[in-house]
Write a protein that binds this ligand. Sequence first.
Ligand code: SAH
Ligand code: SF4
Length: 511
Amino acid sequence: MNVLDSQLVTGQLRAMGYRFVDDWRGASVVLYNTCSVREQAENKVYSRLGELGIYKRDHQDVVLGVLGCMAERDGVDMLRRFPQLDILCGPGELDKVPLLIDNAVKTKLGARMDAAESAGGGGGLTAGGRAALQGNKHRRSSTLAAAEDQLELLDLSRSFSPDDYSGSAYVRITRGCNKFCTYCVVPNTRGAEVHRAPDHIIDECKRLVDAGVVEITLLGQTVNHYHYDHGASVTIAGVQQPQVGQAVSGPGRGAGTRLTTFADLLDRIHDEVSGLSRLRFVTSFPRDFGDDILQVMADHPRICRYLHVPAQSGSNRMLELMNRGYTVEQYIDLLDRARAYLPGVEIAGDLICGFPTETHEDHQATCDLLRRAQYKNCFVFKYSPRPGTAAITRFQDDVPDVEKKRRNNELLAIQSGISEQVHSRYVGRTVRVFVESVSHKAAKEADASSGATVTLGWEKPVTQLSGRTDGDLIVVFDGEPSLIGSIVQVRVERSAPLTLFGRLVEQAVIA
Ligand code: SAH
Ligand code: SF4
């Protein structure tokens, strides 16, 4: 979600004539797009702001901004703590970033001129032009949030220049979240859940494909919860507004309703965006995952057999305290249904360890679920109490950090063994791979030796490339950098817990 936000803001700034530089030290505007989900991520940003504060002592004209969830969560307090900050802009107001920069630059210029006049020249800057925009902190009523959703314009104004995509793009289908898991800041920082009009989404996908995109990942905090009621749709200034609705169960398609469910949306994109080779989506919420979605996935070969569906815990007591709204049994039922409908589907998960009051038995239940789930990979997080969440006020963070670490390591060790098994099953098989980039390892070697591409006896340069299978497994293989952004066939020769190593099948570019 944050990657897409950054892309949308940079696209907007580029269209206005801003250029991007590799080193922030050469920039006149420095923006940090931030995440508040865990404290560690926030601490990194605070430390960068400290560094920028020192830099700005000698470079006062530089405009410094914090965008995203930290700006929303920490708000005006951050402006007080960091006088070097010129701009704060929450995720609900990102369409206004160019305006805020413009304002900050003008105010600095104005302040410089005033100072020069009053000091007879050579004066410094006064602290002016500081602006904080927060949209979601006080969640508006759902209807209002949808009707006032200016962000739709940001999505609609995205760049479709082929230079901005190397074959893959994100498309947001819902914004915000209404689930209020007790540990999570997202419902506060990103606001109420709103669903974008399907015609906008499909149009965006078509234009991306026209710009050379072969893989689209649909985004939403609870992506499978998507639904759009055409009967209740509102158009303001020619823009069909995003909307809020109730949870939907069962298929909308063919039922005589004027509702587009998530299954319907997948179906429409698959059929109407025929040039698209791969359609994926993240992140799924266990409770709203009906068989209608699985059926559409089974019927449509270009929809990837990959699900990221976080469990968070294997203990029903923890799930209840987390307000997740499902039981371990329901979660396992979803995994079983997914594997029955979609043979070969790969599933990834998220777990939180050390949530308040988590006992040894609760933790063991999570270990059991992990063994049962057979994920291809699982992200494990130590519980981090976040300001503004229900958990921080309701519960004491009573699992000591050393114990959280121990549980974290135990879960990672179990998953590592499972990941190794899952990956080893691919050895000897030929898989479709979307080529993403030069592999990190090759890129590092390139930095060290200034040039990792090797020219073999004949002319074409070869380097180590990295990509992903339809099931989201990472594959590394040798190939020409020109393959980045296309889909190729790779024969897998060996595997590690999180990587497949293979050889490009000759003449294999599929898209
Ligand atoms: N919407 C997604 C996840 C969004 S946040 C979902 O509901 O699954 C990404 C992940 O961060 C979560 O799945 C959770 O595992 C983790 N996370 C969120 N808040 C956290 C917290 N306070 N402490 C530790 N991990 C957290
Ligand atoms: Fe956070 Fe829960 Fe919403 Fe995911 S579903 S974003 S964890 S509140």
